[in-house]
Design a protein around this ligand. Structure first.
Ligand code: MG
Length: 397
């Protein structure tokens, strides 16, 4: 028996232990209609990372209709293969329309595992899978009468969060932005870095704000030969350095991690359960960022969470960013017990001028985000906003 087969058996065993099904009486559902709505949501300000900048965010909102329920999910690709992933809104629509939706419609579904052949057997295209897969989880939660976080076994109801701040034109603008978020109740800050915008902004932030929870994210900008930059950053007591090196290079991350004290957190590298296992096995990182979009859905996100927990590697939940729909799904993941670092989620309004869910995501007096209590996602779509930002829509029966 090959190692990968043994590993797959381990993964499936874990999933069945969590028992994600409609009910114990063999109840089944059939998806009768699927809607895909492509939106472009304007950002509050240009968001720049080491690979490029965006001023609006594409979102594909999915609605699965079964009996009297509507499951809602989101695929949230970036606009070009030069930014974060090779997928775009149009590759996602192609994969959904021509491959996933024909296999999902009219199928009898009793448990999450009943659609493994659709999602697990498809290579790549994780952003395309996520909208339909997460909408299915919302349907399961709604059929069971539970909130999504209860349905997946979440424990934490208050979620610590951090603000991810893009590369700014000047140190002054960076410090002003951080001050604004700290004043609004945020207690954890992450800044994007690239060569020439790394040590100085970190030094200035420490100088002005002292011992705040601070981390940096390079989005794969550097190479191992830049190690002196990381040795210098090591002096500033950062919570983590996120994705410093190329997203395919687990080995060089292992070398870098062995030479610096600051924990490396992998983001772009962790695109599957198997890649995460490889990264942990060779010591490429000490923290894992799970993005539901990047790993192809909530099932893989839960498997990665569970594997990291067994290996005592803390995780947190990253966002692309997504609309409020993706945020709420990510918040459910944040409720699991090994999400031990603040996640990239934020209250409504932090990134987008207007969002598409009712009610808003808000921060409690504790400074944490409270999970919604309603069944399923615990929110509904604001249809006026969906119409306002709609680019196109498709319906399949
Ligand atoms: Mg990142």
């Amino acid at each position: 028996m090959g190692l990968s087969l043994i590993y797959n058996l381990f993964c499936n065993f874990n999933l069945s232990m969590r028992d994600y099904k409609l009910n114990d009486k063999g109840m089944k559902m059939k998806i009768e209609k699927i809607e895909v709505v492509h939106l472009k949501l304007p950002l509050n300000e240009t968001f720049e990372i080491s690979t490029g900048s965006i001023t609006e965010k594409d979102c594909l909102i999915i609605k699965l209709h079964a009996d009297d329920y509507i499951g809602i999910g989101e695929s949230s690709p970036t606009p070009s293969p030069y930014y974060y992933s090779y997928e775009t809104p149009y590759t996602c629509i192609h994969i959904m329309k021509d491959f996933i939706i024909p296999r999902l419609l009219k199928r009898d579904i009793k448990k999450i595992g009943d659609v493994d052949d659709i999602f697990d057997n498809m290579r790549g295209n994780n952003f395309a899978k996520v909208g339909l897969e997460t909408a299915l989880w919302d349907l399961f939660a709604k059929y069971s009468g539970k909130s999504l976080y209860e349905f997946i076994g979440g424990e934490n109801k208050e979620i610590p969060w951090k603000m991810s701040i893009g590369i700014k034109p000047s140190i002054r603008e960076l410090l002003d932005t951080i001050e604004r978020f700290l004043d609004s109740g945020c207690r954890s800050i992450k800044i994007k870095i690239k060569r020439g915008w790394d040590i100085e902004p970190v030094r200035e932030i420490r100088g002005k704000f002292g011992d705040i929870d601070l981390s940096v994210d390079a989005n794969s900008f550097y190479v191992l030969e830049d190690i002196e930059i990381f040795r210098e950053l090591d002096k500033y007591d950062l919570t983590q350095i996120e994705q410093p090196l190329h997203y395919e290079d687990l080995y060089d991350h292992h070398i870098l991690q062995s030479k610096i004290n600051t924990p490396i957190c992998l983001d772009e590298s962790i695109d599957s359960v198997t890649t995460c296992k490889n990264a942990l096995d060779i010591g490429s990182c000490k923290i894992v960022n799970i993005k539901i979009q990047r790993v192809g859905g909530l099932k893989n996100a839960i498997l990665i969470h569970d594997m990291c927990k067994k290996k005592e590697i803390p995780v947190w939940v990253g966002f692309i960013p997504e609309s409020g729909v993706g945020d709420i799904i990510g918040l459910a993941l944040c409720s699991l017990s090994n999400v031990l670092c603040p996640s990239d989620i934020s209250p409504t309004g932090a990134y987008f001028k207007e969002d598409i869910i009712i009610p808003d995501i808000t921060m409690g007096k504790s400074g944490n985000i409270k999970l919604p209590e309603g069944i399923g996602l615990g929110c509904s779509l604001d249809n006026d906003k969906v119409d306002k930002f709609k680019v196109s829509s498709f319906e399949f029966k």
